[in-house]
Design a protein around this ligand. Structure first.
Ligand SMILES: Nc1ncnc2c1ncn2[C@@H]1O[C@H](COP(=O)(O)OP(=O)(O)OP(=O)(O)O)[C@@H](O)[C@H]1O
Ligand SMILES: [Mg+2]
Length: 285
């Protein structure tokens, strides 16, 4: 039904350190699932990857199989005014054997940060995240941020500090309106001098139905080369894996079309990553 072209033939030395927020204001579109599985795939290719859980529900932390021990600094500590040594905040993700995959985990108390950030001007919020991202750039090939849904103060902080965005998008009318909303937000940011581009739009939760095929075509017609060739099929397996703290690769023993989907996404991400223009593309006006 669909074709996929990219096969990564990328020299790691050509990759500049990159911070990518996986973001869509719509909920449930596959942001956390994408951070988790893309992170694992990049680490599987030997890259050092840091995951940041910026959602107080801590889905990414739990899905990584990480339980924060008492006294373990979390993302709330890392984003405080006087953060601890960032190295103490990064917890190794179990099951990663190739590269180095770590997560700065979240807990429910992250909601406190939202109150804190609400007291800052939109221009000052990114300053809280930048030191952690700088540390991430210096110590990892890539930092992937799992953003919460909505357009609150956390999203505003994230938009003002990352290099680029990866936008998961379900092939449905409501989800498509989520990307339209994001376009409007990015435009608002651009109008006050904060310009963040897009690494790509990833179509997720795709069923083999005419309805989904039509929506995919609509999304591709509107966003063109911004849309990754790879799409993620809908499967309950993607829901099961994080319940065991596993990536889809670990859960399915490294084989099959569901593993392949995120593997191909990682290839495409790496191809765009080494390309100065493709790394951060503007959304259409
Ligand atoms: N390709 C898929 N097929 C089927 N289920 C999926 C797929 N991707 C994600 N899911 C499931 O859909 C639900 C939402 O996914 P996920 O948590 O990744 O989305 P999210 O955008 O992070 O949500 P939120 O906005 O609430 O943070 C989860 O139960 C997840 O396991
Ligand atoms: Mg999520």
């Amino acid at each position: 039904m669909f074709t996929v072209k990219a096969k990564a033939n990328v020299n790691v030395k050509d990759l500049v350190p990159l911070t990518v927020a996986v973001l869509n204001e719509k909920g449930g579109v596959g942001k956390t699932t994408t951070v988790l599985n893309l992170g694992h795939e990049l680490a599987f290719r030997g890259l050092n990857v840091l995951l940041l859980d910026l959602d107080h529900r801590a889905d990414l932390t739990k899905g990584s199989g990480v339980a924060l021990a008492d006294g373990q600094p979390s993302i709330l500590d890392a984003l405080s005014e006087n953060p601890p040594d960032f190295a103490t905040c990064a917890v190794p993700v179990p099951g990663d054997t190739r590269g180095s995959l770590s997560v700065v985990g979240a807990e429910r108390d992250l909601a406190v940060l939202e109150l804190d950030l609400a007291g800052l001007s939109p221009f000052d919020r990114p300053g809280r995240l930048r030191p952690l991202l700088e540390w991430g750039r210096a110590n990892y090939h890539c930092v992937l941020l799992d953003a919460p849904p909505g357009l609150g103060v956390l999203t505003s902080m994230i938009l003002g500090s990352v290099d680029t965005l990866l936008v998961p998008q379900e092939p449905s009318f409501l989800a498509a309106s989520g990307v339209r909303e994001l376009e409007l937000t990015l435009r608002e940011f651009a109008s006050v001098g904060v310009g963040v581009g897009v690494l790509g739009i990833l179509i997720t939760k795709v069923r083999s139905t005419t309805h989904h095929r039509d929506y995919m075509e609509m999304i591709r017609a509107r966003y063109g080369k911004l849309v990754f060739d790879t799409f993620i099929p809908e499967s309950v397996r993607y829901q099961e894996a994080p319940a065991f703290g596993m990536s889809i690769r670990e859960y399915l023993g490294g084989r099959g079309p569901l593993v392949e989907a995120y593997s191909r996404l990682a290839d495409e991400v790496m191809v765009r990553w080494q390309d100065d223009e493709a790394r951060s593309m503007p959304l259409p006006q």
